[in-house]
Design a protein around this ligand. Structure first.
Ligand code: ZN
Ligand code: FE
Length: 255
């Protein structure tokens, strides 16, 4: 089995990603922020769209679906919980379901918090995860529809993936995320190193994604809410990880 990915910019700060199965030629767009950049990416790669795997219902992840569906008659897969809020859905999925893309096999993780029906797609044998607006590099999505506890649980599911899992997310927010993370963990040497790396990538006009689960475990304060040092840093020593997570998320909202 062999997967290829192609990441590109959409809208102002969204990423688009194509996932391609080299054995069969099947190609999925992970979300569809806008039809035109997805079509440009297809032209660039020479791949033909066969599937859209939707992470959540927000417009900056779904606006391109109707035009792409009309042009390619592609299969649209989305969360069962979100199906009523997304156009042109063919197949609905939930926790543990397997989504096949040719010979590639993706496992669905339900990750409520950013939205109630948010899902992620994990291609275990390819060590690839598509996490939408649940996990960002050095950040996480805003908790809009779920509870802080749900979001913390969702992030722990992603944190449990192997360290060498590469993940793609919905937005290029890394530089701003790092500015905030340094207010929580100013002395984290891995965060300082990531800041230098990200500044260099952005100065050269390059994306900071994909990142890896291992890198996030060292640098992403939202994934580190159960460390005593992080609890102490936000004045919540001895409190539950979900409470610490909630405090960090609230601070980020006001940053
Ligand atoms: Zn969103
Ligand atoms: Fe988004």
């Amino acid at each position: 089995m062999a997967a290829k990915t192609h990441q590109f910019n959409c809208l102002s700060d969204n990423f688009g990603v194509l996932l391609h199965d080299t054995a069969t030629g099947r190609t999925a767009s992970i979300d569809a922020p806008d039809a035109a950049p997805v079509e440009a990416a297809l032209a660039h790669t020479g791949w033909t769209l066969t599937d859209i795997l939707v992470t959540h219902h927000h417009g900056d992840h779904t606006a391109g679906i109707p035009a792409l569906k009309k042009k390619y008659q592609c299969r649209v897969v989305a969360s069962r919980a979100d199906a009523g809020r997304i156009a042109d859905v063919d197949e609905t999925v939930g926790e543990g379901d397997i989504v096949r893309l040719g010979e590639l096999s993706g496992r669905v993780l339900e990750t409520p918090g950013h939205t109630a029906g948010h899902i992620c797609y994990v291609f275990d044998s390819e060590k690839l995860a598509f996490v939408g607006d649940t996990l960002f590099s050095v950040g996480c999505g805003r908790v809009i529809e779920g509870t802080m506890e749900q979001m913390w649980h969702s992030l722990r599911k992603l944190r449990a993936l192997p360290d060498d899992t590469a993940f793609f997310c919905g937005h290029e927010y890394t530089q701003a995320n790092i500015r905030f993370a340094r207010t929580i963990e100013p002395d984290n040497p891995d965060l300082q190193a990531r800041a230098r790396e990200v500044d260099a990538l952005r100065a050269a006009g390059n994306p900071t994604l994909p990142s890896t689960i291992g890198a996030e475990k060292r640098t992403n304060c939202f994934l580190r809410a159960d460390l005593p040092s992080v609890a102490a840093a936000v004045g919540l020593a001895g409190r539950s990880a979900a409470e610490v997570f909630a405090e960090i998320r609230k601070r980020k909202n006001n940053f």
